[in-house]
Design a protein around this ligand. Structure first.
Ligand code: URA
Length: 435
């Protein structure tokens, strides 16, 4: 007979767990038979002893099997999704999903809400008045079949084990464990019924992975798990040492994405990463070489086909298309505060964790699970790494609804910036591609 005590002890001593032992723990926790304190101990043992490749596979499989595995086989075409490990200003999904759909890929995208200092696609989408991210599986499939993309929140019956485990990791300091992150993400992605997956592994001060070596290990493990399940997978390791694009917040990130899709925004870091990741999805699905896929994605961007798909998706999911077409109609924050440079020099770094926390303190993210997010607050970045600034120049604009939160965000942003007399080398956004 298996016991939780002996399994914890085995992992504590650095031994490998069997498939049965891992299933015993995952099923026992999900059904409420194994208490939080024993699962917390196992999580901490995994944090220190890690998991071998086979154990990671068993854990992913056991987690996935606690819920429904969506069957999309009645929808013709290749289905692909993208997943980011979480960043600040990361609005790529809002542009990538409609662009991939405009290139013929079926995109059933299941996204998360903001987590810690990082933002979430679901919170951004829900800033569009009327937009629904929860729907029945029937409606989800109908929209996917008709529009070519659907963007939803995770339903309660998709990997319930992850919901419980994630909440426990969050309060037991075990989030930043490579096998726990890999199994959490891959169990959810494999349950979506997709054929192909592109992973965006963030590394830097605003990411969960701070070191490139860890990001690489995580990427390789996730690619391996995906391939063992017969999926086509590619991963990018990308920089998260400064916010992505110019906007951080919910509605303001939607607006920035709309501008990119309409060809009105020239923020090249956003376009470079969106085109890169979307092209990988197109190439994995169509089998065409990457340069040909890049050409098609750029064409979908320039022609406005991606924007049209975005509008079609918003309409299908109940969102108010008139505000998307005319973002100026949206309600405004009460306060816009300028954050000024305390000295002169080149911007050498921006502590992106602090930027994320500034957004949370403004109300754009959550300090407690049941907090409501404020869609209009956020930060616009006018100066980024390598830019020359003079004392008193405006570094950023804080959009707030209370004087207290505006002051707290201003403090975070001011201390996030570091300056030097010497211009730092450019930091490449896409650091590595792993297939
Ligand atoms: N995103 C997830 O879904 N799970 C993790 O563990 C980390 C990021």
């Amino acid at each position: 007979m298996l016991t939780a005590y002996e399994i914890i002890r085995k992992k504590r001593d650095g031994n490998h767990l069997s498939k049965e032992e891992i299933e015993f723990f995952v099923n026992g926790y999900t059904s409420g038979r194994i208490p939080d304190y024993q699962v917390s101990s196992l999580l901490m043992a995994i944090f220190f002893s890690s998991l071998g490749d086979e154990e990671l596979l068993y854990l992913t499989q056991a987690m996935m099997s606690t819920g429904v595995v969506v069957d999309l086989s009645d929808i013709p075409g290749c289905k692909a999704d993208k997943h980011s490990t979480g960043g600040v200003g990361d609005k790529i999904s809002l542009m990538l999903a409609p662009l991939a759909a405009a290139c013929g890929v079926k995109v059933p995208m299941v996204s998360g809400r903001g987590l810690g200092h990082t933002g979430g696609t679901v919170d951004k989408l829900e800033s569009i008045p009327g937009f629904r991210t929860r729907m029945s599986i029937d409606e989800y499939k109908k929209i996917l079949g008709r529009v070519g993309l659907v963007m939803s929140a995770q339903s309660d019956d998709l990997v319930p084990a992850d919901r419980k485990l994630y909440a426990l990791r969050d309060v037991t300091a075990t989030v930043e464990s490579i096998p726990l992150i890999a199994s959490s993400i891959m169990s959810k992605k494999l349950a979506e019924g997709i054929d192909a997956l592109v992973l965006d592994i963030k590394v830097g001060s605003g990411a969960f992975m701070k070191r490139s070596a860890d990001a690489r290990t995580l990427a390789k493990k996730m690619v391996k798990v995906g391939k063992l399940y017969g999926k086509k997978v590619a991963a990018y390791i990308t920089d998260m040492n400064q916010p992505l694009g110019s906007e951080v917040g919910n509605w303001n990130e939607v607006v920035e994405s709309i501008k990119v899709l309409r060809g009105e925004c020239k923020a090249c870091d956003l376009i470079e990463l969106t085109v890169g990741l979307t092209s990988e999805m197109v190439s994995l699905c169509s089998g065409e070489a990457l340069p040909a896929a890049v050409k098609r994605v750029k064409k979908a961007l320039v022609s406005g086909a991606g924007y049209e798909k975005f509008i079609e998706m918003v309409r299908a999911q109940g969102g108010d298309v008139t505000v998307v077409e005319n973002p100026g109609k949206y309600r405004k924050p009460r306060i816009v505060k300028e954050v000024k440079a305390p000295g002169s020099g080149y911007v050498t770094s921006i502590d992106t964790y602090r930027v994320g926390m500034a957004s949370v303190k403004l109300g754009g993210g959550r300090l407690k699970v049941d907090d409501l997010v404020d869609p209009v607050v956020g930060v616009t970045f006018l100066k980024k790494i390598s830019d020359k600034v003079w004392r008193g120049d405006i570094l950023a604009l804080v959009h707030a609804n209370t004087a207290e939160s505006a002051g707290a965000a201003e403090e975070e942003i001011t201390s996030a910036y570091k300056f030097s007399d010497r211009k730092p080398p450019e930091i490449g956004l896409i650091k590595e591609r792993i297939t």
